[in-house]
Design a protein around this ligand. Structure first.
Ligand code: NDP
Length: 293
């Protein structure tokens, strides 16, 4: 039987409408517009296009958008100074630093210049550390003092809004980046799944993937996950964004896997639209924490 399609586009629309209503109420109460600042150096085409998408998403919900672009030749000190200035600016509630940073710039130093309470993409070590320390290891559950990167947060939201049980399930995450794979694995662990993280040195990836009740792919290799790697009935979350012959495809061979899986996110229309919705949510949340509410 063909899998249930987990429609991220429809969910994101629903969430954006919820957020727009909350933003209107917040503005009415506090007279403050939740605002994001996007920072980059240079004109990397993917970064330019992502910044444009963020602008459109934010302006449509009457949230604030600022773009700060340094030249490709900017020094690390200039970048750090810009991020510090925005971190101290009370009119900015969330900051995103776009990558790639110019060669020679120390990514860690730039991220550490962010105020953790404005780090709406969850890249500052304080936010990443708090996610890693979440209960039962350390921090109490439900405490809203950290931000999680928008993409994995969107993946989790898809599972939750579709009522997919996570607790006690075997989850496999393919990919261990700080922005997608690792935080997704930590979120699933937080939800009491038994989690395995795979990467480029994993041996017999297919066998590990076949153990998954929930299989997440965050690799960046078109159609790496084939039908024989998926347990019948598994839930498959595809974060991949790849282009083959001008067509956007995920890390999962969607057409074949949908015949085996129990539920699956399409690409496009799955995790992608959820990322922007979660960014709106994080910026509103940041404004609430900074201003009150
Ligand atoms: P990275 O390149 O930072 O990480 C890729 C990960 O995949 C690494 O951990 C790497 O392992 C692992 N990997 C590479 N090849 C293999 C392989 N053959 N087998 C198993 N693991 C492998 O990518 P990102 O995490 O930034 O992005 C992942 C994907 O998600 C990309 O397609 C990206 O475009 C997409 N993305 C989607 C977003 C959305 O909104 N849906 C937002 C952000 C990203 P190792 O660590 O050993 O190198």
């Amino acid at each position: 039987m063909a899998a249930q399609i987990l429609d991220g586009r429809a969910l994101a629309k629903e969430i954006r409408a919820e957020i727009a209503a909350e933003v209107a109420a917040f503005k009415e109460k506090y007279g403050v517009t939740p605002t994001i600042a996007v920072v980059r150096a240079g004109e990397d085409p993917a970064s330019v296009s992502y910044a444009n998408a963020i602008k459109k998403t934010f302006e449509k919900r009457e949230m604030g958008f600022q773009l700060h672009v340094l030249p490709e030749t900017a020094s690390q000190d200039e970048m750090v100074e810009l991020v510090r200035r925005l971190s101290a600016d009370p009119n900015v509630h969330g900051i995103i630093i776009q990558e790639p940073l110019p060669k020679g710039m120390d990514e860690a130093a730039v991220k550490e210049a962010l105020a953790p309470d404005k780090d709406v993409d969850g890249v500052h070590p304080v936010n990443a550390g708090r996610l890693a320390q979440v209960a039962p290891v350390g921090r109490p559950p439900g405490v809203l003092d950290y931000f999680v990167p928008a993409t994995p947060l969107g993946g989790l939201e898809i599972l939750k809004r579709y009522g997919i049980e996570i607790s006690g399930k075997r989850a496999v995450v393919v990919g261990r980046s700080n922005i997608v794979g690792k935080p997704m694995a930590l979120l699933l662990l937080r939800e009491n799944a038994t989690v395995t993280i795979c990467h480029s040195r994993t041996r017999d990836l297919a066998a590990v993937c076949r153990e998954a009740d929930i299989l997440c792919a965050a690799v960046g290799r078109a159609r790496l996950i084939t039908a024989d790697m998926v347990k019948p009935g598994a839930v498959v979350i595809d974060f991949g964004v790849n282009f083959v012959d001008g067509k956007m495809v995920g890390d999962v061979d969607f057409e074949a896997v949908k015949e085996v899986a129990g539920a699956i996110t399409p690409v496009p229309g799955g995790t992608g639209p959820m990322t922007n919705a979660m960014l709106l949510k994080n910026v509103l949340e940041a404004a609430k924490r900074q201003v009150g509410g």
